[in-house]
Design a protein around this ligand. Structure first.
Ligand SMILES: [Zn+2]
Length: 421
């Protein structure tokens, strides 16, 4: 390699890609030396490999120290963390989440319902729908907070939060389905995906899943709304088997793979993707040592992928393809590495603090490992029930990210209401 090209590579790495490590050049004297030179990963130490070694050591320490201890889910302990914001102001550092108010409600309410159906009482359900309707006076589409523009992912979180309220005070009848339908149509892009807002917003598999989920839950999923969406989502599957954000241009990622496969399940089209590659990708997300899932190749384990990837595995399972993960090992990662008896709430990995987001998705991932789910309507495999007895958490519907019973009740209620046009 000549000087000029090495300089060019250094420039690209340092200035354009912002990489912190220098380019490594190995000169092979002859063909034998070239063939015997080590593969880069065996000698290259990067921030990622160092971090991974640290995470692995932390997990192994916990597995070793807890090897003779029967660890269960500390439900009463986590409840304290979840009850807190209904009676206290959130800490100042959470002000960055001002535009995510329906999300915080959804995460907390969903976690409480999963641990015990009775833990989300009517007084709290009233607070939830009142807060959501106060930020969106038209009662749909929904905003992240007062004075903000309606946003698709906030509308998804708002509908899921309301679905957890059991129609207290008949709040489900008040949702403005017609306005949500008209707005969803206005969000449709020329590539058949949905963007997150009318004026500005990204159009990807996440926003498209949110549109499908909201429409299916509200019984407003018309042929017009669905047109071309299947092709958009199928185009997001990458050579690795997982799905990216946009067709033909992205890296496979746990969150987007959930969105795309759950979206395809709503369209009853999951079988049209490359199932074998998807199953292989799902399986490859779980590491033998840490036992949890990573969201992408060569990334660290993280508790939230217990749901994002775990739900993809459950979708494959309920569609009859089987399971491709070690559920027992995942339970061990959740109980021993995502949970600590020192602080309530669940976390990403050892060394991280608990938060509401991780608490919900770790709990939902745990629930999916406990229950064997059965489809209740073969023609439309999005309604499920559990056939398992003796569990710690309520069963989750892996398409909508809610307790299975709440989904069934909400969709049944909406199917009694008149069609929108
Ligand atoms: Zn995470």
């Amino acid at each position: 390699m000549g000087d000029l090209s090495l300089k060019t590579i250094k420039f690209i790495n340092a200035q354009l890609l912002g990489r912190k490590r220098p380019t490594i050049e190995v000169v092979a004297e002859d063909q034998t030396a070239l063939e015997s030179s080590p593969v880069s990963m065996t000698f290259l130490s990067t921030e990622t490999t160092e971090e991974r070694e640290q995470v692995l050591a932390d997990c192994q320490d916990l597995y070793e120290s807890l090897k003779n201890t029967e660890v269960t889910l500390l439900k009463e302990f986590h409840k304290k963390y979840l009850d807190y914001p209904f009676n206290n102001a959130l800490p100042k550092q959470m002000k960055a989440l001002d535009a995510s108010q329906p999300w915080i409600l959804y995460w907390i309410a969903c976690s409480l319902r999963l641990m015990d159906k009775t833990w989300l009482g009517e007084p709290v359900q009233r607070k939830i729908y009142a807060k959501i309707f106060a930020a969106s006076l038209e009662k749909g589409p929904f905003c992240g907070g007062m004075g903000q523009d309606p946003h698709l992912v906030c509308t998804y979180a708002a509908i899921n939060s309301l679905a957890l309220c059991d129609s207290v005070d008949d709040c489900w009848s008040q949702i403005n389905r017609q306005a949500i339908y008209d707005w969803l149509l206005s969000l449709k892009c020329s590539n058949s995906g949905f963007k997150t807002g009318v004026a500005v917003g990204e159009c990807d598999s996440r926003s498209t899943y949110c549109a499908l989920s909201v429409a299916k839950m509200l019984n407003i999923l018309t042929t017009e709304l669905c047109e071309g969406v299947e092709g958009f989502l199928l185009g997001c599957q990458t050579y690795e088997g997982g799905f990216g954000a946009c067709p033909q241009e992205d890296e496979a990622h746990g969150g987007y793979t959930f969105c795309a496969t759950a979206g395809l399940s709503i369209l009853n089209s999951l079988h049209k993707c490359n199932i074998l590659r998807l199953a292989e990708w799902c399986s490859a997300r779980q590491t033998a040592e840490e036992k949890g899932f990573s969201g992408r190749s060569n990334k660290l384990v993280d508790g939230c992928y217990s749901y994002w990837v775990g739900a993809v595995n459950s979708l494959l399972e309920i569609h009859g393809y089987g399971s491709f993960i070690d559920k027992g090992a995942l339970q061990e990662y959740i109980l021993k590495c995502c949970q600590s008896s020192e602080r309530p709430g669940l976390r990403d990995k050892p060394g991280k603090s608990p938060d509401y987001y991780h608490t919900t998705y770790v709990l939902m991932g745990f629930s999916l490992t406990e229950h064997l789910l059965e489809v209740t309507k073969q023609t439309e495999p999005i309604s499920v029930k559990s056939t398992t007895n003796g569990f710690q958490l309520e069963p989750v519907n892996p398409v909508f990210g809610l307790p299975a019973e709440d989904v069934t009740k909400f969709i049944d209620f909406m199917s009694q209401l008149p069609q929108v046009c």
